[in-house]
Design a protein around this ligand. Structure first.
Ligand code: ADE
Length: 245
């Protein structure tokens, strides 16, 4: 996958993309990430990228001519252009799964009051990372790049680890434990030490359901259940135990 990021602040991206899984994916040529300075497409002595809004009002608007030149320069036949904005579709793991097979992403980071509306005809999709306003699209672009890159085959060490994880099939992931098995009187659940794979699988499935019920009941409504899970959910819902871990 190739990702071109159109931004006024390319330096912001240096360290997040040079660490951990993204750095490894880049080294393995699984993903090529370029930051492109929007100012390079501005004209005139002042290389102006923004201007006052027609009709008046506060703030500045990023110029259509500048953004249009930038996007058209980067666009290829297989490009998917995403504008990061608080007005976009709120990003979830299903979007990440849908976007991650794309061959070429162009991510447009807005600033100031926003972009000239005419730019939207060059945009395939508008994405928000949550209902709050950031000072620009850069951090949102980083979030999207991270979430998408780790799903590229080969990016994660253990291929299975993106299959079980939280949100896969609208379920949160089960709890994890590692050594020591007892610390300050706190014990690891016995089943996990048993070596009994089927019991461990059932325990994990049940804990996933419990956690999702407790922390994100909205997700459970979206899940499609098999018989085993229906039975487990029944047990959970009608259990008399007071604590749900
Ligand atoms: N730009 C400013 N706020 C944003 C948000 N919440 N998501 C994506 N891009 C943004």
């Amino acid at each position: 996958m190739k990702i071109d990021i159109l931004t006024l602040f390319p330096a912001m991206f240096a360290s997040p993309f040079n660490e951990s899984i993204i750095a490894r994916a880049r080294k393995r040529n699984l993903v090529e990430i370029n930051t492109v300075n929007i100012r390079d497409f501005a004209q005139g002595r002042h290389q102006q990228v923004d201007d006052y809004p027609y009709g008046g009002g506060a703030g500045m608007v990023m110029k259509f001519d500048v953004l249009s030149r930038a996007i058209e320069k980067l666009k290829e036949s297989n490009s998917h252009v995403i504008y990061l904005s608080p007005q976009g579709k709120k990003l979830d793991q299903n979007d990440v799964l849908r976007i991650s097979p794309q061959e070429h992403l162009i991510l447009l980071c807005g600033h100031y009051e926003g972009i000239d509306e005419r730019t939207m005809q060059l945009v395939d999709e508008e994405i928000s990372i949550g209902d709050y306003v950031l000072s620009g699209g850069e951090i949102a672009a980083m979030v999207l790049v991270d979430a998408v890159t780790r799903l590229i085959p080969g990016a994660l060490g253990d291929a299975a680890s993106s299959q079980d994880e939280s949100f896969a099939g609208n379920l949160l992931e089960y709890p994890h434990y590692t050594r020591p098995s007892v610390y300050m009187g706190e014990e690891v659940p016995e089943t996990l030490l048993s070596g009994h794979h089927e019991q461990i699988r059932l325990w994990r499935k049940k804990l996933s359901l419990k956690r999702t019920l407790l922390k994100r009941p909205d997700l459970l409504l979206k899940r499609e259940y098999d018989q085993e899970e229906k039975k487990m959910l029944e047990e959970i819902l009608f259990a008399r135990e007071k604590t749900i871990k």
